[in-house]
Structures are given as structure tokens and as C-alpha cells.
Design a protein around this ligand. Structure first.
Ligand SMILES: Nc1ncnc2c1ncn2[C@@H]1O[C@H](COP(=O)(O)OP(=O)(O)OP(=O)(O)O)[C@@H](O)[C@H]1O
Ligand SMILES: [Mg+2]
Length: 270
């Protein structure tokens, strides 16, 4: 079942259109990577999926009773956000704010979810630390725990590995993959790390002010736009502003290999 459907969507700020002709859907349990050049509208699209901005044209609909407040979101990091003066526990707990609605306190279930995700992200030892004193990798774990507290259905991650070292990057990718596979949580991730995008994602959306490609990862690797972008990413070892190479490599036939990977996601070799 489609959880998020975009139909002929155009996105704009004031009079300036930043992306147009976006038509695709994200199914339950999918792992969609949104790739594309800087400024192509990836972050704007995530904000539109969350209902934070309205499409200039077309529609974005949520299926299976999903409400936008039930979507977990890890925003693209800015210097100001990294300086947030709260404890790790408070930051993770704030992931339950939308679920509280008009209730002026956190329930026992809210606090249980916080404990569950603090353990899942292995940040128990950091719970009393001030968020702004953490390393970039620790901060991303905290924000992922926060986003997980907000949802049991869909997680939107905007460049979650940007600026992290290759080891921490791989740890986060594996964790996100595990969550996707074990809980069936739908993942939408913006990334400039093309080798990892094609290694982990089931689907790719390539934005280039309009929609350059949407479909299964294997088809993306066979497409002209996919081949070119993968090639550019390899030449530039990472393909842009975010993350490292991700430890994966794309073979000449378009297949992706990695020494640590099983190389086969449900029978699909990409
Ligand atoms: N709040 C805003 N007001 C006006 N213009 C904006 C705003 N936010 C983004 N833009 C513009 O919209 C365009 C798309 O921005 P967006 O942040 O969505 O790109 P992106 O694909 O996420 O880029 P990056 O890969 O650098 O993160 C850019 O030209 C940007 O300058
Ligand atoms: Mg962005």
C-alpha cells in the first residue's frame, strides 16, 4: 500500500519554483533514497511531505491512515541546531511532542518509547549529557532516536550521515537498514552518498529541478541518469557534500559489492 503519493507536484518559495513534475509513491516498508544536485529541492520535498509547506501545484497524499504528525523527521543539520542547549534525554523525549497533542505531559508510554530508542541507538551513556557537547556522530544518533520516537510507520532522514567519518557512517546505515528490515518502517532518505544509496535503497528518486528518475534501484543503475551519477560519484569519491564513500563499490555491470554486505537484498542484486 502507498504511504506517501506525490502527483504532479511543484514546489516553490514565493515566485521561484524549485522543483516540478514530481510524481511517485512510497510504499509501506520501502527504502527510498532521494538524490540530486545541491539546490534541486530535496529538503524542500521532505518538508512538503511533512505538510510544513504546501505544493504550488499537484497533491501529496498520505495513505493507510498516516498523519503527517506521525512521521519521524531528521532535518538537514545546521550550525544553530548543533548548538541546542538541552540534555540528550530531553532531545529524544521531544520526539513525542506531536503525539502529546493537547495533553500537557508525557505519558508512561512516551517515556517507554524514549527508553526503547535510547537503547536501540546505544546512547544510554549519553542520556544526561548536553546535546551541544556531543560529537557529530553522537548527535546524529540522538536525532535518529528522537525521530524514531515520533513514528511507527515512516521516517524522513535529510542527509543523516553528512559530515560523519566512514566508520560511523556505516554504523548508521546498518542501523537504519536493520530498522527498515526488522520493523518494516518506511524510510525516505536524502543523500549525496550515491554508492550507499544504491546499496541500501529499494527505490531511487533523482531530482534535477524536475524528476529525472523514479523507480527501483536496479532500474536506476541501468538508466542513463543513474549510470552518469554513479560514475560522477565514483570519480568524486562520494558525489557531493554528504558522507563518505559508504564502503560500497559499483561494479562495471552496475552491481554493487561490499565486503561486509550480503550483496543481495531479498533476491535483488543491484
Ligand atoms: N526558506 C526558503 N526560502 C526561499 N528559498 C529557499 C528556502 N529554502 C530553500 N530555498 C531555495 O530552494 C532551492 C532548493 O533548496 P533545497 O534546500 O530544497 O535544496 P536541496 O536539494 O536540499 O539542496 P542540498 O543538497 O544543498 O541540501 C534552493 O535554491 C534554495 O536556495
Ligand atoms: Mg538539502
Amino acid at each position: 500500500m502507498a504511504l506517501i503519493t506525490c502527483q504532479d507536484v511543484s514546489l516553490a518559495y514565493d515566485s521561484e519554483t524549485v522543483a516540478s513534475s514530481l510524481s511517485f509513491s512510497v510504499g509501506e516498508g520501502d527504502y527510498l533514497c532521494v538524490v540530486g544536485e545541491n539546490g534541486s529541492g530535496k529538503s524542500t520535498l521532505l518538508k512538503a511531505m511533512l505538510g510544513l509547506i504546501s505544493p504550488r501545484q499537484g497533491s501529496i497524499s498520505l495513505g493507510d491512515g498516516l498523519k503527517s504528525t506521525e512521521i519521524g523527521y531528521l532535518p538537514q543539520q545546521t550550525a544553530a541546531q548543533k548548538d541546542f542547549p538541552a540534555s540528550v534525554y530531553e532531545v529524544v523525549l521531544s520526539g513525542r511532542l506531536a503525539a502529546c497533542g493537547i495533553r500537557p505531559f508525557y505519558s508512561r508510554k512516551d517515556k517507554e518509547l524514549v527508553e526503547e530508542n535510547i537503547h536501540r541507538l546505544k546512547i544510554c551513556g549519553l542520556r544526561h549529557r548536553c546535546y551541544r557537547e556531543l560529537s557529530g556522530g553522537q548527535q546524529q544518533r540522538v536525532l535518529l532516536a528522537r525521530a524514531l520516537c515520533a513514528t511507527s510507520k515512516a521516517l524522513l532522514l535529510d542527509e543523516p550521515v553528512a559530515g560523519l567519518d566512514p566508520l560511523v557512517t556505516q554504523e548508521l546505515y546498518r542501523l537504519i537498514e536493520l530498522i527498515n528490515k526488522q520493523t518494516g518502517l518506511t524510510i525516505v532518505m536524502v543523500s549525496h552518498d550515491i554508492p550507499s544509496a544504491v546499496k541500501y535503497a529499494s527505490h531511487i528518486l533523482h531530482m534535477r529541478s524536475s524528476q529525472a528518475f523514479f523507480g527501483k534501484t536496479a532500474d536506476y543503475l541501468r538508466s542513463d541518469v543513474g549510470k552518469l551519477f554513479v560514475e560522477l560519484a565514483e570519480d568524486g569519491s562520494g558525489g557531493g557534500s554528504g558522507g563518505g564513500s559508504g564502503g560500497g563499490s559499483v561494479d562495471a555491470d552496475g552491481s554493487v559489492s561490499n565486503a561486509d554486505s550480503d550483496g543481495d537484498r531479498g533476491g535483488r542484486r543491484v
